[in-house]
Design a binder for this molecule. Structure first.
Ligand code: SF4
Length: 198
């Protein structure tokens, strides 16, 4: 009997079969350039799906949260644009910051951000989230959420109206179309968008 393990066919188990089939398929896809095609197509489909179904975290910090609620309610109905509020950060891809961030709340909001899966996006809604608003340079309020989390979209106003919030989501969709599903950690060079600036 051969002592060479490769000649021992009783060791050819299901994992070995998966490895052989996987290697063969991989080699065939590479040779026919199908792998690049599938990668490019898959990336475009994923990017399309992502921008058509943005899931913001259902988090209300202060008065801007009432405008967020109005945007989700029947008159403005943000769901018709695929904006669907979820209550768990693990099911969300947009962190909508809608109030001042106290220094005590800085760590919890960063933890919420870190619990969200990549690719993810941050929208700063209202003056408090952008710069501290009426609490600017206060002893216990951050001068904007961008001091702890990278922001993609700024929506100025005190408070911004629901139309401005819906416009912010529309700008975010355009950004996802432009840069694809790049993770938030690789977007340092991409300038944030300010709603109402154009
Ligand atoms: S920006 Fe104005 S409306 Fe919004 S949370 Fe701050 S004080 Fe309230």
């Amino acid at each position: 009997m051969s002592s060479d393990p490769s000649q021992n066919y009783s060791m050819f188990n299901s994992q070995a079969l998966i490895d052989v089939v996987g290697d063969t398929t991989d080699a065939a896809l590479k040779a026919s350039r199908m792998k690049q095609f599938i990668g490019a197509l898959g990336g475009r489909v994923f990017s399309w799906a992502q921008r058509k179904s943005l899931f913001p975290l259902h988090l209300g910090i202060k008065c801007c949260a009432l405008e967020m609620a109005a945007a989700g309610a029947s008159r403005f109905d943000a769901e018709r644009f695929g904006v669907f509020f979820r209550s768990s950060p693990r099911q969300c891809d947009v962190l909508l910051v809608n109030g001042p961030i106290s220094k005590k709340f800085a760590d919890p909001i960063v933890r919420l951000w870190e619990q969200m899966p990549e690719p993810k996006w941050c929208i700063a809604m209202g003056e408090c989230a952008i710069s501290g608003g009426p609490y600017y340079q206060s002893y216990n309020i951050l001068e904007g959420v961008d001091t702890v989390i990278p922001v993609d979209i700024y929506i100025p106003g005190c408070p911004p109206r629901p139309e401005a919030l819906i416009d912010g989501f529309s700008k975010l969709r355009q950004k996802i179309m432009r840069i694809g599903t790049t993770p938030s950690t690789d977007r340092e060079d991409d300038a944030p968008i300010i709603v109402g600036e154009d």
